[in-house]
Design a protein around this ligand. Structure first.
Ligand code: GDP
Length: 319
């Protein structure tokens, strides 16, 4: 726990977290541990969603959900703990697609979601139901109720996100990241942002997790105009991504792989930026207010420590 004297003060503020999967889920879980649930909303990227074997799969929503419920698989870093793979073995034996692993417990969520969507419920309503069943108290919202797929343009093809990320193991050079035009957010997201005092941008991938959220009208405009402070956390630590393709995408975009480049990328959206102690030498290079802390979230205690540090900094910016 941080010894910051503002620890109690931020609890009265209304907080919206923008989150992708792994990095988003880690910070969201830390924030959920220190904020009253009624003051916390987590808006999650659905640009990674796809229909696979007839089921709508929402990887980032599920990662956030499983982490908040404490049923996430800490060894694999995705999916559920205590998972088994009997259905996948059977799919494989039938010659079905096996490039995207769906565990038996995980499939319970996908099947329930598919049924509820088929019954005409919105993704927002389905997510609320799944979260309730898992005992999750903060509000978790998809960025949109409609498909808003992120596409990756490579040298040879335009691939749906999961085909690039999982099937191709994010190796093909991303020439361009295509976000849909005219994607719209939901009433619930708009209301949460209208009431928000703080918006925290998790250390998620800016290009394929946060940009798709901001691209849903009118989220970017609301984040720009409404909260008292907007703070992002760097996913780049010590010259590399902690996990996944963020650093590779930066190189392919011609950006330096530094937290300064991440802060510059978000630009005017931000009132403050949190970067890691491993990069403390960069302190004077930012054009936004910063706080330098240990951002590595390796267990529950460090998630809570980072959450406290980020919220205390954001609170200070509102004073
Ligand atoms: P994805 O949708 O599952 O790829 O996950 P996100 O986009 O939410 O998060 C991926 C990003 O989180 C990567 O760029 C990582 O560098 C970053 N990340 C993961 N764990 C940590 C951590 O403990 N600290 C920091 N600062 N960043 C992290």
């Amino acid at each position: 726990m941080s010894g910051n004297s503002n620890n109690q003060a931020y609890k009265d503020l209304r907080v919206v977290v923008l989150a992708g999967g792994v990095g988003g889920a880690k910070l969201a879980t830390g924030i959920a541990a220190v904020m009253p649930p009624e003051n916390l909303t987590i808006v999650v990227n659905t640009g990674d969603d796809f229909v696979h074997m007839g089921l709508t799969i929402c990887p980032d929503l599920d990662t956030v959900m499983y982490n908040l419920a404490g049923v996430n698989n800490t060894e694999m870093g995705w999916g559920r703990q205590g998972e088994s793979w009997r259905v996948m073995e059977s799919v494989k034996a039938y010659g079905g697609p096996d490039w995207f692993n769906l565990g038996d417990l995980d499939l319970g969520a996908h099947l329930t979601r598919a049924q509820m969507l088929n019954d005409g419920l919105s993704l927002t309503a389905v997510t609320q139901h799944l979260c309730q069943q898992l005992g999750i108290e903060p509000t978790v919202l998809p960025m949109s109720d409609h498909p808003a797929p992120t596409m990756i343009e490579t040298e040879t093809a335009v691939l749906p996100f999961q085909e690039w990320f999982v099937k191709e193991r994010w190796q093909p050079v991303a020439k361009n990241i295509q976000l849909p035009e005219n994607s719209k957010s939901t009433r619930d997201v708009a209301l949460a942002l209208q009431k928000a005092d703080l918006v925290i941008i998790a250390p998620s991938n800016p290009f394929v997790s946060i940009d798709p959220i901001l691209n849903c009208y009118p989220i970017q405009a609301n984040v720009m105009d409404l909260p008292r402070a907007v703070v992002a956390v760097s996913p780049i630590v010590g010259g590399d991504a902690v996990k996944g393709p963020a650093a590779k995408l930066m190189r392919e975009k011609g950006l330096d792989v530094t937290p300064v480049a991440i802060a510059d990328y978000y630009g005017d959206l931000l009132d403050g930026f949190v970067f890691d102690v491993q990069d403390k030498g960069l302190k004077g290079s930012f054009s936004v207010e910063t706080r330098c802390v240990d951002t590595m979230m390796v267990d529950e205690a460090s998630r809570i420590r980072v959450a406290n540090d980020v919220l205390a900094f954001a609170y200070d910016l509102t004073q």
